[in-house]
Write a protein of this length. Sequence first.
Length: 408
Amino acid sequence: MKLFGLLVFIGVYCCYGQHYTTDSPPAYYDRRCGEDLGNLWLDVVVVVDNSKGMTNGGLINIAASIASVFSNGTRIGTDPYEPRTTRLGLVTYNAVANTVANLDTYQSLDDVYDGIFTALSQVSSSDESYLVHGLAQAEDILEDGKSNKNRTHYQRVVIVYASTYKGTGPLDPIPVADRLKTAGVTIVTVAYDQDGDGALLADLQLIATPPYNFSNTDQAGNEIGEIQGALLQVNCFCPNGWTQYRASFTDIHSYRYGVCIQPENLKAVWRAAQSSCRIRWNNAYLATEFDGTKHDFILSAIRNQTGFIQPFSYHIGLNLVNGVWVWDHPVGWARPQLQNWYGWLPGYPLQSSTLTAVLNSQPSTDVKTGWVNIAPLNTAANYVCETASCDTDNYCASVTSDTAVQKH
């Protein structure tokens, strides 16, 4: 912990992931997002419908659900010596909304239990339930808390528990939900569907950030685990200017991996590209392509990047070291040997002691790119850098490269 404190103090990008250690064999798969709920670092506001339709029993069930979500060691509140904490606010709504707790009210899990079970022990006297008021109140809480405690780079989440969906015109919740999502806030919805007809779940889909629309009637019966999984995915993100590797390039809401890439559109020779990547972000390196899916994702990324012109040509991290093809990694880390999948163009690799670096080359504009080996000091091309995401295994003290880079 002393080392962690020192690294945070000097503002570097720290890595805790098991896949990024120097004393274990390098994994030959792309890094997963951190899954340590004890290291969750988010700002969360829970918005709960406490109208009569929720019923006292339903409201108490929701209190238990909220408390359970944050009971797996999650540090609640703020700590000057530990940045991996989660602030938790609470809003109730019916015909109007009420702030039960702002982001600095709860400073421990005990505070959460005391506050939530007290606030959610009995429904209000109102039959009306307008989610728009709850969302607007959550928006204000997040805005007020954004500049406090140096947490502007923390991801923000609103979790909604609703028993009904209504509101048109000025009471329509969709414009407020869209405004929150446009501002980078993730909305998780939980339909407390007492009728069991599924209509509420369908309505809340208009509010939720895909795919985080859940129900208490989910056949899997894992509502708490689903919410925790959503929080872990939200807490897995990339520094500014980097693109997160995900299951589908075209679907920004698809499953995220704990890997970020950055295509660079200013050409360099392979060795210069390697050096450039290493100073762009702490523990960054030239990109890996462990399988065809990653290869295709990178190709999609560069197709959408200005400065990359067909036929494409861009450096990746594969290089020949002592007669073995290995992938680039940070200095001092074990380098994974090439295995399982090979992206060589026909006729490659050429047998040569000088052609020891690899770039992706597109023979013509109507075909995909493939690997060719080149001399590391001769061929200038675009290139793609890679680094680990910010997540529960990898706290980022900043998300801007000018303050977080550690020079070697």
